[in-house]
Design a protein. Structure first.
Lengths: 806, 296
């Protein structure tokens, strides 16, 4: 959105190389591949101590006593802290509801909850000392599902929930959250009702009902939680940390530490990946507490085992759907209920409920809907943000329903979807109109039109190539029992924070001459977690400012908040902020030029001046001055906040409201080969078509689509945190038994990238990171159903489900 | 934790005699995981990597003497002809990096029912060369596994090598995991035909407290092959015969439900693998017979 007096057209396509639309390379790409990238776990300080967390061994218990004396007696131990040692009265934190104790108080509510922390001069010493802390538990019955959470005599996971709700009400200035909470063991409830399902049902010729189960997925990011807290001379602390949102961490940490926010400094350390798993705090407060207590820098690094307990997971869900359609294939109504397991603490559960409900019927036009989504408090591991955020679970269920309806109607599943596909102008169940391109039918057409991978690719002159067969090198089949299946799915994901959240970002852009050359510096607090913002910001600065050299400053809290690196929002929102700041810098540079050189050439008076290739040029390409001459000794610097269009909360009773700002659509076609006797699956190809609005960096966009697709594949056939239903303890907290796809599990992923601009967004961009994670899972399941003829109502599907040996 | 680094085999035996609880480490595939997970913090860790002999192998008349630390990748490269079953098993071990370090001695030392090498060793026929300062002995593989992660080694003994019979006929190995590479076995199956003795041997992994042979299935198949003159006439094995063999193999399992799979699935999958590997090995035997006859 151009400001007065600056060009109405962007300078894209100009003589400045490395601008938007080019596949510039990540500055950290080679370092990561060669193992030289410095992750947060590589941080080092000469005087540092090592922190260790003692976690609960049981899921639900009263803490009868904690005896730290033996731990304190270990030589080399500098501090042991429990709840009683916390410095202020603020002892809980949380993204939306402050219900998470910094250290357990009187009770533990899930397996692996932090109980005590230790600082010692060696990690092994810290570990041994933590093991010497004696905690006596009195175990309590566990709440593990809806039945046990809402039973008349159910134990309350948060026994003072009513108090929490009241304090929440005060802190939000009276926002009516209570309407969303029918029971203390329900974190949040969102009904969405539009039209009249009862009368619509009478128009249906076919009704399909289904019950679906979605397992608990882990983000399994590279680089477990880690950071280094350094005490500072002014009594404050500087935390170097791998996170997704520095300012959100800061806001939660400072009150617990008893410090004003300006005495808690945060710098982003090397992040491997996040996928939502770093939205909540992990070791941030613990490291700072120990650093402030000991006066020494304190480093904490989780190993992978601890990481499984150190962050929230994707909500497992039970979903019940009823779909109706007329004989000619028009959806009449959808009634559904989505029960998400939020685990012991709220984390992002309310927003996940908002997504699951508002996007609960998918990218289809249905006038009569009755949706309810709830998130439970249980004693299972806490669940929160993960790529796709509530929309993923729903997509798995509604796409299974669409296939079943098509089969009942005798229609092609793609044509049936296309017939009911949403388009620009369609209404969501919330009553909100989709006011940018929604090419759902077109994406399905494209993905269906892609050439099919050849059959029996495992056959070679030297016999079967087992790498191309289910089971791979495990040599389980040479073609016996192998059946091919094909499946389709499409999904809708919102982009950006919804439901009235003030979703802004801040960018500081500076332009000056360094070594005779104009250089732009971009400073934001955006957490680079692999999404590609570091590349995109430089591209935007080159395009808008016509400079070749751009410096991206490390992200820290010396600049305003960039918001979270989640919800597919950073290119849109922080990209928008960088662009806006660049426009203001350009305006000032041109003012400077007019002051200095305006009298030399009449064109300076023109409004249509561009910055290209390090020069000020006219619309017609005439060079007026070099930027180095215009700037001289001066530096131009602008810091600004930028916002996308505001959204509204959903009505707590009807769910109506303009809650979302943008949508992202992707469709997949999965081709699988299933060893039907052993129940092993080889995904042969996962083709994706996605509308990306405008690809600022096509290589990065394709990377996002392929990565999201692979993560959805993992959810379809292998990834699941298994929790014992009797004890609520995690059974597989390691990569030995929590499996993620290897390269042999990852198929060819052809991508058809559609670019239909969203006129409301900078450059027309559309957030891309999450949508491919939605439709990938149901497409694989549909293909497996096609191959086996089985109903398969749960994901991930395991060999025992395909062989009837569960 | 003390770290012992014997420079020779004799030093290693002496150290093991002095510290019988010392845990030997070569590739570290199992030991390092146990230490990292804090499942085990031995008083002494004994590094065997300075003992070069352990990475040597010798191909003899009837058997291969495989040093305890010969990495799986070497077995895949160099012993495919002599030890085809073990070479196939080696292919399924973890990742290339781990195959470059891990060896059969570690699998035997840990004696986990999920160790990839066991079914291949059971099927081929092998003896474990164990040694202590008291002397050397050879433990038949059938007597080696004594319980979950327990074996017939005395506390002062170390595994020096494994003597594995050279393949006299086709061998196969299959392993089920819920991912197409780098996965711990849900269950595994090894099969070796021994035409010279007209016997068959099997090995089952991860479907009982220890790696086991399906002896009833072996006896049934040997009798059926003998009765039908299969070894001589090279007939096709009928589906019903293969099916009976598969059922008996499945019946030899005593699996558990765990996080990797259900007992019912393990039993089922062992049956499927038994049927398929029997078909593959028998077809290979028939093919070899035809080739031989053609040459004669």
């Amino acid at each position: 959105m151009p400001t007065n007096g600056v060009p109405t057209k962007i300078t894209q396509g100009s003589g400045t190389r490395g601008g938007i639309g080019e596949s510039t390379l990540r500055p950290d790409g080679i370092l990561k591949v060669t193992g030289e990238f410095a992750y947060s776990s590589d941080l080092w300080h000469e005087d540092m101590l090592w922190g260790q967390i003692l976690r609960s061994t049981v899921a639900h218990a009263e803490i009868v006593s904690i005896d730290t004396s033996q731990a304190l007696a270990v030589p080399g131990v500098y501090a042991v802290m429990t709840y009683d040692d916390l410095p202020t009265g603020v002892r809980h934190y949380g993204l939306e509801i402050q219900d998470t104790p910094v250290l357990a108080h009187g009770k533990v509510r899930h397996h692996g909850e932090p109980v005590a922390i230790v600082a010692a001069d060696h990690p092994e010493t810290a570990r041994r000392a933590a093991a010497r802390i004696r905690v006596e538990y009195r175990e309590l019955p566990v709440v593990t599902d809806e039945a046990s959470a809402l039973a008349p005599d159910a134990p309350l996971v948060h026994e003072h929930r009513d108090d929490l709700l009241q304090s929440q009400l005060r802190s939000t200035g009276g926002t009516p959250t209570v309407g969303h909470v029918p029971h203390p063991n329900v974190v949040h409830r969102q009904p969405i009702v539009r039209g009249d399902v009862t009368s619509a049902r009478e128009r249906a010729d076919v009704i399909v009902e289904g019950e679906y189960t979605f397992g608990m997925q882990d983000q399994a990011f590279l680089g477990p939680e880690s950071g280094l807290a350094v005490p500072e001379e002014d009594g404050g602390v500087h935390l170097y940390i791998a996170t997704q949102w520095l300012h959100s961490d800061l806001r939660q940490m400072a009150p617990v530490l008893g410090l004003p926010e300006d005495k808690v400094r945060m710098t982003l350390a090397g992040v491997g990946g996040a996928f939502g798993g770093r939205e909540d705090l992990s070791m941030q407060i613990h490291a700072c507490l120990l650093a402030l207590r000991t006066g020494r820098p304190v480093k904490i690094v989780y190993n992978r085992f601890e990481s499984f307990f150190g962050h929230v997971h994707r909500h497992p869900a039970k979903l019940s759907y009823e779909h109706g359609a007329t004989a000619d294939g028009r959806l009449t109504h959808v009634k559904c209920r989505i029960v998400l397991d939020g685990g012991a603490y709220a984390s992002a559960s309310p927003a996940v409920v908002g997504n699951a409900s508002s996007l609960g019927i998918g990218p289809y036009v249905v006038d009569d809907v009755d949706i309810e989504a709830i998130a439970l408090y249980t004693n299972n591991p806490p669940c929160g943000a993960m790529r796709g955020f509530g929309a993923v679970q729903a997509c798995f269920a509604y796409e299974a329903q669409m296939d079943r309806l098509a089969a009942r109607l005798g229609m092609d599943p793609v044509e049936f979807r296309q017939l009911n596909a949403m388009e620009q102008g369609s209404l969501l169940p919330t009553g909100q109109a989709v006011d940018s391109p929604a090419p759902v039918a077109e994406l399905l057409r494209r993905v269906k039109a892609m050439p099919m991978p050849p059959e029996r690719q495992w056959e070679s002159s030297e016999g079967a190539d087992v790498r191309r067969l289910p089971g791979g090198l495990s040599n389980t089949t040479h073609g016996e029992g192998v059946v091919r299946g094909v499946g389709y799915a499409v999904g809708i994901k919102n982009v950006g924070f919804s439901e009235g959240f003030d979703d802004y970002s801040t960018a500081r852009v500076r332009m000056e001459v360094v070594g005779g050359e104009p250089v732009a510096t971009v400073h934001t607090a955006m957490a680079e977690v692999g999404q590609g913002g570091v590349t995109v910001h430089a591209q935007i600065a080159r395009t808008e400012l016509g400079v070749a050299r751009v410096t991206i400053r490390p992200a820290d809290t010396r600049v305003g908040s960039a918001g979270s690196t989640s919800a597919s929002r950073q290119t849109y929102v922080t990209g928008g902020a960088v662009r806006h700041a660049c426009e203001l810098v350009r305006e000032r540079v041109l003012e400077l030029g007019r002051r200095r050189f305006g009298s030399y050439h009449p064109a300076w008076a023109s409004a249509e001046l561009l910055l290209e290739g390090g020069k000020v040029v006219t619309d017609g390409g005439e060079v007026l001055a070099g930027l180095a001459d215009v700037l001289g000794e001066e530096a131009v610097e602008v810091e600004r906040e930028w916002r996308h269009r505001p959204t509204e909360p959903f009505d707590p009773r009807t769910g109506q409201g303009n809650g979302h700002v943008q949508y992202s659509f992707a469709a997949h076609r999965a081709v699988v080969e299933v060893d039907t006797e052993l129940g092993l699956v080889k995904v042969v190809e996962l083709a994706c078509a996605q509308d990306v609005g405008k690809a600022l960096n096509p290589l990065s966009v394709i990377g996002q689509i392929q990565g999201g697709t692979a993560q959805g594949l993992g959810m379809a056939v292998m990834e699941e945190i298994v929790v014992d239903p009797r004890t609520a303890r995690v059974r597989n907290p390691s990569f030995t038994d929590y499996l993620i796809p290897t390269i042999l599990d990852t198929p060819t992923i052809p991508v058809d990238m559609l670019e239909l601009a969203d006129d409301h967004a900078p450059y027309g961009v559309r957030g891309v990171g999450e949508a491919p994670t939605l439709s990938s899972t149901p497409a694989v399941l549909a293909a497996v159903r096609d191959a086996t003829g089985l109903a398969l109502d749960r994901t991930p599907v395991r060999p025992e489900h395909l062989t009837g040996t569960g | 934790m003390d770290f012992l680094r014997p420079a020779s085999w004799e030093e290693a035996l002496a150290a093991k005699a002095e510290h019988p609880a010392a845990v030997p480490i070569a590739g570290g595939t199992d030991v390092m995981v146990e230490i990292n997970f804090d499942h085990r913090r031995p008083e002494h860790l004994m590094d065997l990597n300075r003992i070069g002999d352990l990475e040597e192998w010798e191909v003899g008349e009837d058997s291969v003497r495989l040093g305890a630390s010969v990495p799986y990748s070497r077995i895949m490269e160099h012993l495919r002809t002599e030890l085809p079953g073990l070479a196939l098993a080696a292919h399924t071990v973890a990742s290339p990096q781990i195959r470059n370090r891990g060896g059969v001695g570690g699998n035997l030392g840990t004696s986990s029912p999920a160790g990839d090498a066991h079914p291949a060793l059971l099927a081929a026929g092998a003896e474990v060369e164990a040694e202590s300062v008291r002397g050397s002995r050879r433990i038949p593989i059938d007597a080696f596994y004594t319980g979950v992660k327990r074996n017939a080694l005395a506390p002062d003994e170390l595994i020096r090598a494994v003597h594995i019979e050279k393949a006299g006929g086709p061998q196969q190995y299959s392993k089920v995991g819920t991912r197409n590479a780098m996965v711990i076995a849900v269950c595994a199956f090894g099969l070796a035909l021994h035409p010279e003795t007209r016997t068959v041997r099997t090995g089952i992994g991860s479907a009982a407290p220890t790696p086991v042979r399906a002896r009833t299935a072996e006896e049934f198949l040997e009798a059926a092959l003998e009765e039908g003159g299969f070894w001589d006439n090279g007939k096709i094995i009928t589906p019903s015969l293969a099916g009976r063999f598969a059922d008996l193999c499945a019946a030899a399992c005593s699996p558990i439900d765990d996080v990797r799979g259900t007992a019912g699935y393990r039993r089922h999958a062992v049956g499927v693998m038994a049927r398929r590997t029997l078909t593959w090995t028998w077809e290979s035997y028939r093919g070899a017979r035809r080739t031989t006859e053609g040459a004669a």
